[in-house]
Write a protein that binds this ligand. Structure first.
Ligand SMILES: NC(=O)c1ccc[n+]([C@@H]2O[C@H](COP(=O)([O-])OP(=O)(O)OC[C@H]3O[C@@H](n4cnc5c(N)ncnc54)[C@H](OP(=O)(O)O)[C@@H]3O)[C@@H](O)[C@H]2O)c1
Length: 271
């Protein structure tokens, strides 16, 4: 049985950070299942390319919204746009995020604040704004993009992993709050995903464990969307990442942080 048909997705899937990387791949994956897309990002040219690709390949609408999600007013403007044009969002993908590795002492405060802001605020604001709309469907979906690094403290990735721990904790908490509603809240915790040259460099520098647990972006998107449709609340793409998660659970936090921190120390940056 086609899972999408059986769950009756008639509304739009809104994806933040969908001009490239994981967000783009997730938008393409939902579109391949016949779900129309609202793609949000900064780069209008890349969004226009995505729109053509989706509309010509899958024959579904791809609407584009050009917004800087670092601006606090952007989520409200996106929501208002959906109301004005009567676009009902049934699937909300809070994917947008900024990454960084390196010693906490060495990063600029402005960058630190932008990272925390981008990784947390659009997710909070969009989820809050769209919840009443999501609740009008018999079944709807929210996916928040955390990271395996959000599962515990990681030296040399301190702010990034702390922000992803927020995403993880928030998602788990509201998933329980919404247990009796028709809104399924899932959180995804990928290990490395080959999205851009900086990430590829970081994964390669991270050594065998980083390479073994990393996946290409299409595999991750396929896995995430299928898991959402199967009702999974916690989505860890790939066997390697799952085993690493189990390892992180059973090994004492200090030892775990030392090992993962050792890998991170070797790397420079992550998307
Ligand atoms: N790659 C990994 O290894 C990995 C692993 C675990 C978790 N994650 C998480 O997965 C998510 C996506 O990562 P990725 O590797 O796909 O990132 P990416 O390749 O850098 O893509 C980021 C996306 O976010 C958009 N974006 C960035 N700043 C924005 C802003 N201020 N306003 C609006 N859009 C903005 C970018 O579009 P524009 O350029 O058009 O602004 C782009 O579409 C992030 O939350 C990341 O933390 C990634």
């Amino acid at each position: 049985m086609n899972i999408v048909n059986s769950t009756k997705i008639t509304g739009y899937c809104l994806v933040t950070g969908s001009s490239r990387g994981i967000g783009k791949a997730i938008a393409l994956e939902w579109a391949s299942k016949g779900v129309p897309i609202i793609a949000v990002a900064n780069d209008m040219k890349a969004l226009t390319t995505l729109k053509s690709e989706i509309e010509s390949t899958y024959g579904v609408d791809c609407l584009t919204i050009n917004k800087d999600l670092l601006k606090l007013e952007s989520p409200r403007e996106i929501y208002d746009w959906c109301i004005i044009y009567d676009k009902k969002v049934q699937v909300l993908i809070n994917n947008v995020g900024l990454g960084a590795s390196g010693s906490f002492e060495e990063t600029q405060t402005d960058f630190d604040l932008s990272l925390v802001q981008l990784n947390i605020f659009p997710m909070l604001q969009l989820t809050k704004l769209f919840l009443p709309m999501l609740k009008t469907f018999k079944k709807s979906y929210v996916l928040n993009m955390s990271s395996l690094g959000g599962y515990g403290p990681v030296p040399y990735k301190a702010i990034y992993t702390a922000s992803k721990a927020f995403v993880y904790s928030f998602s788990k908490a509201i998933s329980l709050e919404l247990k009796c509603d028709n809104v399924q809240v899932s959180v995804s915790c990928p290990a490395g995903v080959y999205t851009n040259s900086e990430v590829v460099e970081r994964i390669n520098a991270g050594g065998i464990i980083a390479r073994w647990t990393s996946l290409n972006v299409t595999t991750v998107a396929h896995y995430v969307v299928l898991a959402m449709l199967k009702g999974k609340k916690m989505i860890i793409p790939g066997v390697g990442a799952k085993l690493l998660m189990i390892f992180m659970r059973i090994v004492p936090e200090t030892l775990n942080s030392l090992i993962v921190g050792g890998i991170m120390k070797k790397t420079k940056s992550e998307a």
